[in-house]
Ligand binder design. Structure first.
Ligand code: T4K
Length: 401
């Protein structure tokens, strides 16, 4: 892959892309199947409250993941709140700061203190070697996130949780369709929570699912998702409204039918990026373990400030000018967002790897809205930017003209 000869937009040329390329462009399944499901749903006049589409979706998720119970919810944030509450999490829970803010908010929302632990720079997930220093008498659990769909150090976390008497749960928002040790994500810890938000690998407009093999926990989760109702007029538990609608389940079921093609598309894009960015100093593409199942939903590039010719933010500015809305997930880290920044103003001192990772990552567009040609053009822009790094930096006012 060579650099494009076109003048970069940031230097006054025309943007490489006429239409904006987004990270998180939704993947859609077969429209006709979706419309058929919508029509049947409208004919039935059953739109929510554990309808047949939600029940079918739950069955399909449980089968796909290989767990006893899948409980659909209206989104993963509510799913995390319900799962944490159903599992009696309280006091302090150890979480990564390198995650979407929802992981911490779901705890804080119910007066559970998220305690941020640092990541392993090789995996972007919780570093098990750094967990135990955060355990106090108030700690009740560890909540790991499988960032980018790459599994946490599940075995080491399980061992720590068992030895220290803690519960273990996972935010699996990114990890539908991924495996660890040949077993699908969704079956580890006490429970795992998937997101089916529009931007996710499996899309149900908004939505999510809590998966578990624990019968008693599943029963509590089901009750809590529907106000604690155990039948007409009978409320036996505190609860909320976490229900998924039939329309969302229709979309989820339709997308679920396309997951194999979607993985193939994401995988093709991933390797096109791999080829297109190869050999650029200071630029590395986050890799997936080829011996496991992966959804390849995130194309994540790390920029090493010591060796790359442009910094992460400079490259993002170049890409935005070309109509590529690359994202800086999860900048600046949850610990630097409110209310955590005010509550724990010194937490960054214990999070050096999180800080470095958050400052170095760019997420690029993939999914069905991208193809190899677009990936090639985008990589050409990156090469071009590096080839003209001096001019770019001048344009951005970083070095005097
Ligand atoms: N845990 C983790 C680790 C998570 O990543 C998330 C969600 C959660 C928990 C919570 O799950 P949910 O409660 O959402 O089920 C987006 C998503 O809204 C969020 O779901 C996701 N993580 C996060 C990583 O990304 P933003 O603030 O970046 O959204 P926004 O509006 O900037 O959209 C992202 C991109 O997607 C844009 O470039 C536009 C594009 N897009 C978005 C939508 C909704 C489209 O092209 N079409 C669309 O319909 O959070």
């Amino acid at each position: 892959m060579t650099e494009s000869n076109c003048r970069l937009a940031i230097l006054g040329g025309a943007p490489a892309f006429k239409e904006t390329l987004h990270v998180g462009r939704p993947n859609l399944g077969d429209r006709q199947r979706l419309f058929t499901r919508f029509n049947e749903m409208l004919d039935r006049r059953w739109l929510s409250n554990n309808g047949p589409l939600v029940q079918e979706f739950e069955g399909r998720i449980a089968d796909y993941v290989g767990v006893k119970h899948a409980i659909c919810v209206c989104n993963a944030t509510i799913g995390l709140e319900i799962a944490a509450r159903a599992a009696d999490l309280a006091g302090e829970v150890i979480v990564p700061a390198y995650t979407f803010v929802a992981t911490a908010h779901a705890l804080q929302w119910q007066q559970i203190t998220p305690v941020f632990a640092d990541l392993d720079p090789r995996t972007h997930n919780l570093d098990p070697a750094l967990i135990e220093r955060h355990i106090t008498p108030r700690t009740t659990a560890i909540l790991g996130t499988h960032v980018w769909g790459r599994p946490c150090a599940i075995d080491a976390l399980t061992e720590i949780a068992r030895r220290r008497g803690l519960k273990l749960m996972f935010d699996a928002a990114h990890a539908f369709g991924c495996s660890h040790g040949g077993r699908m994500i969704g079956g580890f810890g006490l429970a795992e929570v998937f997101s089916f938000h529009a931007t996710k690998f499996l899309n149900s407009f908004e939505g999510g699912a809590i998966t578990t093999d624990d019968d008693a926990l599943a029963r509590r989760i089901r009750l809590m998702t529907n106000f604690g109702f155990a039948g007409f007029d009978q409320v036996i538990h505190v609860g909320t409204n976490g229900k998924m609608t039939e329309a969302c389940a229709a979309m989820g079921l339709t997308c679920l039918e396309s997951v194999d093609e979607l993985i193939a598309t994401n995988r093709r894009n991933h390797f096109a990026y791999h080829a297109g960015l190869a050999g650029l100093p200071g630029v590395s593409l986050v890799a997936y373990d080829g011996s496991e199942r992966n959804n390849y939903q995130y194309v994540v590039v790390e920029i090493d400030p010591a060796t790359a010719r442009l910094g992460r933010d400079e490259l993002v500015a170049v890409l935005h000018a070309e109509n590529v809305l690359a994202r800086k997930y999860f900048w600046p880290g949850v610990h630097r967002m409110e209310p955590y920044r005010s509550l724990f103003p010194h937490s960054h001192l214990l999070l050096p790897a999180t800080e470095r990772c958050a400052a170095g990552v760019i997420v690029l567009p993939t999914g069905t809205a991208m193809d190899e040609e677009r990936v090639g053009t985008l990589c050409g822009v990156v090469r071009n930017a590096f080839a003209h790094a001096g001019e770019v930096r001048q344009r951005l006012g970083l070095i005097p003209a």
